[in-house]
Design a protein around this ligand. Structure first.
Ligand code: DC
Length: 245
């Protein structure tokens, strides 16, 4: 079975997917981390993220793998392992390096190119073959796994999303009671970046960010993580029961 979790930056996809994977027998696939790893490799090699041909060559030779982080390291000092998974690109650990402001600023540009998206989608489908998967991204229900049994499109007010992302990057847990932003200037930068990324993700021609026609919409602005998890688990149970009929 595939559970597809789509939605804009900071809508809570990572926290929700990680928690769902922990509470079920599903494997978590963070497709945003794949685009981030590709962006990082390009930046490290001085490649312009707008240069589709060169970025495509890097994508073709990109070997991504994931490993579960040891318990207790989900929120490290930099908040870098916010998905609770370690990420490797061509054998090099990039868990922390893919969550920097520089990668944030460039990743939407890399994800714009249709040929690059095709290569990444193929890698995502290989990953999911024969497995129970919770896949998180922007185009999972619409393009990558249109056959997914459960499709969820998360949303949340942009300020709420920027607040969560800032707390994560400050090493905090945005789902903890009383969690608050420490650095206001960093919050403003994160907010501006989220608005910019939303615009690029929504307006791009290849796989724009939008809910699948049969996606269930879940606004997390006023939901706790536990409430969001319960809701999706109920949808998954209903889908399983329906498939068994
Ligand atoms: O979820 P995230 O912030 O880690 O995603 C990073 C970027 O990658 C985001 O700006 C959009 C892009 N992305 C995408 O275009 N398609 C996906 N399936 C996942 C992410």
């Amino acid at each position: 079975m595939i559970i597809a979790i789509d939605g804009p930056a900071g809508s809570g996809k990572s926290s929700l997917s990680r928690e769902l994977a922990e509470k079920s027998d599903f494997t978590y696939l963070d497709t945003g981390a794949m685009y981030r790893a590709l962006t990082l490799l390009c930046l490290e090699r001085g490649i312009d993220p707008r240069d589709e041909d060169v970025v495509e060559r890097v994508a073709q030779h990109l070997d991504i793998s994931f490993a579960d982080a040891p318990k207790g390291t989900e929120q490290n000092a930099e908040g870098a392992s916010e998905t609770g998974q370690r990420v490797f690109a061509n054998g090099q650990e990039v868990t922390d390096a893919i969550r920097t402001a520089e990668v944030d600023e460039n990743v939407s540009l890399v994800a714009l190119h249709p040929n690059i998206r095709k290569i990444m989608v193929e890698k995502q489908r290989v990953f999911a073959k024969g497995a129970n998967i919770i896949a998180e991204g922007r185009d999972i229900g619409t393009v990558v796994f249109p056959q997914a049994e459960v499709k969820v499109f998360l949303s949340a007010d942009a300020k709420a999303r920027a607040t969560r992302r800032t707390i994560e990057r400050e090493g905090g847990d945005p789902t903890a009671p009383g969690a608050a932003v420490k650095d206001k200037a960093f919050f403003e930068k994160t907010y501006a970046d989220i608005l910019k990324r939303d615009k690029i993700d929504e307006e791009r021609c290849a796989s724009p960010l939008k809910p699948a026609l049969d996606a269930k919409l879940l606004d997390t602005t006023h939901l706790t993580l536990a409430q969001a998890v319960d809701t999706v688990l109920k949808w998954a149970e209903a889908a399983r029961a329906q498939a068994a009929q």
